[in-house]
Design a protein around this ligand. Structure first.
Ligand code: PEP
Length: 264
């Protein structure tokens, strides 16, 4: 029996793990991951998994993902619908390739490729229009963290998208809190900090729309490893994780999803 409504709502949010391969891996790495994942098929009814390989491997990954019930995601989409934008991929093209998800506003895109809040909001809209589930990434830099600006920064980043869309549109997306200083560094916030930050994000969603506050999944990302996954991913406010480096090998990725407390 559920003790209070919030606990019930939490139980309805199925755990989600997203593998972000960034610009790493080969077709051999991909085949090795699928070989391993096939052993764990029975787990995938209690857990949602999404794989975001480099875009050139999406077509290669599509069939195995479908057979395993794993979602396929692209790491970035253009802020434009189509046109003379050499090297870019549109949300519609990603959907045609078989993608269901798109990472939007990853900190590497924001810091290395100059994606402003405004561009991130445009990318979010292009992904959503194409029928993809946008995974909006927010997070503060180390300097912001040191200055105590974490909540201000993530509020601004979330608001940049939320203010442009309806609650019904945003309901189809996912939010990922990824402190920039924790990505690929081996550093993580304390469990207490993660709990407070995710509770803050949920509060913003609640104040925008009650159903959004209850149902939207909020992930943590940044240096999730087999050693810290049980502690970080089973926190009450954490609905899953965005995993970079540790998602490239079946052994480390499987150790992470096996440490989740899954319902049913
Ligand atoms: C990421 O790329 O979003 C990420 C969290 O990377 P890592 O797990 O390697 O820190």
């Amino acid at each position: 029996m559920f003790q209070n409504p919030l606990e019930k709502d939490r139980a309805m949010r199925k755990k989600l793990l997203i593998a972000n391969w960034k610009m790493c891996g080969t077709s051999i790495t991909l085949a090795a991951l699928f070989k391993g994942l096939r052993l764990d098929l029975r787990l995938f009814s209690a857990l949602d998994l999404v794989l975001c390989p480099p875009a050139v491997f999406l077509a290669l990954a599509k069939e195995d993902c479908a057979a395993l019930g794993i979602g396929l995601g692209i790491q970035n989409v253009s802020e434009h619908s189509e046109g003379a934008f050499t090297g870019e991929i549109s949300g519609t093209m990603a959907a045609e390739l078989g993608c269901h998800y798109a990472l939007i506003g990853h900190s590497e895109r924001r810091s290395l490729y100059g994606e402003t809040d405004q561009i991130v909001a445009q990318k979010w809209a292009r992904a959503q229009e194409a029928g993809l589930k946008p995974v909006l990434c927010v997070g503060e830099t180390e300097q912001d963290y040191r200055q105590g600006l974490t909540l201000d920064v993530i509020h601004r980043q979330l608001q940049a998208v939320l203010s442009q869309v309806s609650a019904a549109e945003f309901a189809e997306s996912i939010l990922a809190y990824e402190p920039v200083w924790a990505i690929g560094t081996g550093l993580t916030p304390s469990s207490d900090e993660i709990e407070k930050t995710l509770a803050y994000l949920r509060q913003i969603l609640f104040s925008y729309d009650r159903m959004l506050g209850e149902n939207l999944r909020i992930l943590y990302g940044g240096s999730i490893k087999p050693q810290n996954a049980a502690e970080l991913l089973n926190l009450p406010n954490v609905d899953g994780g965005l995993v970079g480096g540790a998602s490239l090998s079946y052994d480390t990725f499987a150790a992470i999803y096996r440490s989740l407390n899954l319902e049913g």
